[in-house]
Ligand binder design. Structure first.
Ligand SMILES: NC(=O)c1ccc[n+]([C@@H]2O[C@H](COP(=O)([O-])OP(=O)(O)OC[C@H]3O[C@@H](n4cnc5c(N)ncnc54)[C@H](OP(=O)(O)O)[C@@H]3O)[C@@H](O)[C@H]2O)c1
Length: 275
């Protein structure tokens, strides 16, 4: 078996909220020794909860967390990211790889906080990372080498799947896969509401719709066919699915989805420009 790019590396995770915890959990599941992971969070309770779950080390400050690590993951909210980057800047003595998962903080802004060349990767994961089914896109900074790319990919694969893209695509990634889970949740909500209005109990409708979403996702992932082909597998001429799809089409569902994704993209671009 090939050696993991993460073998023997010390990994520091700053911010132990939803994403930080999911990363730590995923890394341990991917056979990173918990003793090789240190976590820091300003909210000590959150760091302790992570320690309780996966027995990682707790650092006493972001600087200590960074100075102990070959890979430093910044999993704090975007507004505090520059402050954390500046805090750890002088603690990065061994040229570690820094991975930021903060939405909408451009690489140039993060690099400027370090005031020296730092191998940096900017990544955009999504919520299904919580269950190891995330989709992350990542871009390499100016000082990141091929070895850093391999490490970043392996880190992000602890959350699910990962794909490298040019940084100029990351706002679009945010609009598609970053915000994307909420679009599926909206469709789910409306299907449950429709079933309820036609007389079904909510808990039964919820079970039907959730499992249908899960199963449809698995079919897409495993068959890899175009959505049109998959729809044809469900819809038969003059049947129920065709009747529903005609309503979607007639009422402009495609245009609504396109407009919604465009709105998310526009907002992601504004956030990246600091608006
Ligand atoms: N959630 C998502 O679906 C998602 C998707 C893609 C990307 N992201 C990105 O992932 C990052 C983390 O998101 P999240 O949902 O995990 O946020 P979160 O649950 O709020 O976790 C962030 C943690 O960082 C802590 N923190 C704040 N300031 C800190 C500091 N100076 N040093 C160390 N820790 C500090 C926070 O503590 P307090 O709560 O006490 O402030 C909190 O526990 C964000 O940048 C977000 O843009 C999230």
């Amino acid at each position: 078996m090939a050696k993991s790019p993460l073998a023997g590396l010390k990994i520091g995770v700053i911010g132990s909220g939803n994403m930080g915890r999911a990363l730590v959990r995923g890394l341990v599941e991917k056979s990173v020794y918990p003793q090789n992971i240190s976590v820091f969070d300003v909210d000590k309770k959150k760091a302790l909860e992570t320690k309780k779950e996966v027995h990682v080390k707790i650092a006493s400050s972001s600087r200590q967390c960074a100075s102990l690590s070959d890979v430093v993951i910044l999993a704090v909210k975007p507004p505090v990211l520059p402050q954390v980057a500046e805090e750890i800047a002088t603690a990065l003595t061994q040229d570690p790889l820094v991975i930021s998962i903060a939405a909408g903080v451009p690489m140039a802004k993060i690099e400027a906080c370090f005031k020296k060349p730092v191998p940096l990767v900017r990544a955009m994961p999504n919520l299904p990372a919580l269950v190891g089914a995330g989709m992350s896109a990542f871009s390499l900074g100016r000082h990141a080498l091929p070895k850093h790319r391999k490490i970043a990919e392996a880190v992000l694969q602890a959350l699910g799947q990962a794909v490298q893209v040019p940084e100029k695509w990351l706002d679009l990634v945010t609009a598609v896969s970053g915000s994307g889970p909420a679009y599926y949740f909206l469709l789910t909500e409306k299907m449950i509401e429709a079933a309820y209005e036609m007389g079904m109990k909510v808990d039964v409708a919820k079970k039907l719709v959730y499992q249908t979403a899960l199963g449809s996702g698995k079919v897409m992932a495993e068959y890899g066919e175009d959505p049109e082909e998959l729809m044809a597998r469900v819809a038969s001429k003059g049947g129920t699915t065709e009747a529903a799809l005609k309503v979607f089409q007639k009422q402009g569902f495609g245009k609504i989805v396109q407009d919604a994704v465009k709105a998310a993209y526009k907002r992601a671009q504004e956030i990246s420009r600091g608006k």
